[in-house]
Design a protein around this ligand. Structure first.
Ligand code: ADP
Length: 228
């Protein structure tokens, strides 16, 4: 049986006196689509960082794609992250002056894939996000929404089972934001589990599941009625 893509049990993390995450228990099945919502400082990024294996928790268990991260060395953790998790951030993080397709191809730089193959996959990923006509454009020649779609193409280049998006529409106008959400929905429909951190209750309400966090605790984990 395929394991859930994320299984967190009793996960806590503090920064000095600040309890950023308290006793979080959360399972995300393959192919799910959900939001993580909560006020600023409530622990959303901490939850995402632990889930993304960018930070280790103080207590509790985190399994990603069936692997307990506590059992892995830093090198093994990097390999798991490279294979299983794509990241998208509010501020795109594209390399300036570098053609979009090269920015995307760099998504597999550490996976041992040959350059020609990386570029071929990057062109395919660019078409997947509707940017097949923008391959040679440099970031400053793209709109904010297009930049975010390039960042998404880079994140899904290796077809990870999990995509983590931290405020992916936070820097965009509503039309560009809607296009980015469309791309995330399409990726999810093709099988990727997508987790979206958002302040936007409109976005949270449009997704099948919403995890609400407050003061480091998961307060509600609600699923929309089928067909609602
Ligand atoms: P959110 O993403 O919901 O805004 P965070 O997870 O970033 O919340 O932060 C949760 C709490 O942990 C906040 O009080 C924040 O100030 C604190 N915190 C987060 N990261 C650090 C850090 N690296 N060092 C110290 N405190 C931190």
């Amino acid at each position: 049986m395929t394991p859930p893509v994320v299984e967190m049990e009793g996960v806590s993390k503090s920064y000095g006196p600040v309890h950023a995450l308290r006793d979080a228990t959360l399972t995300i099945a393959r192919g799910e689509l959900l939001s993580i919502v909560g006020p600023s400082g409530s622990g959303k990024s901490t939850l995402l960082n632990v889930m993304g294996t960018l930070a280790r928790s103080d207590t509790g268990t985190t399994r990603i794609d069936g692997h307990d991260v506590a059992d892995l060395s830093d090198g093994e953790l990097s390999a798991l992250r490279a294979r299983a998790i794509g990241f998208v951030f509010q501020q795109f993080h594209l390399a300036g002056g570098v053609p979009a397709v090269e920015n995307v191809a760099d998504g597999l730089l550490y996976g041992g894939t040959r350059r020609a193959e990386r570029v071929r996959l990057a062109e395919r990923a660019m078409r997947r996000v509707g940017l097949g006509h923008r391959l040679a454009h440099r970031p400053h020649e793209l709109s904010g929404g297009e930049k975010q779609r390039v960042a998404i193409a880079r994140a899904v280049l290796g077809d990870p089972p999990l995509l983590l998006a931290d405020e992916p529409t936070g820097a965009l106008d509503s039309r560009s934001g809607a296009m980015v959400m469309d791309v995330l929905h399409e990726l999810n429909a093709a099988g990727t589990a997508v987790v979206i951190i958002t302040h936007d209750h409109g976005i949270a309400g449009s997704l099948p599941r919403a995890v609400q966090i407050k003061d480091g605790r998961i307060e509600h984990d609600t699923r929309a009625e089928v067909g609602a």
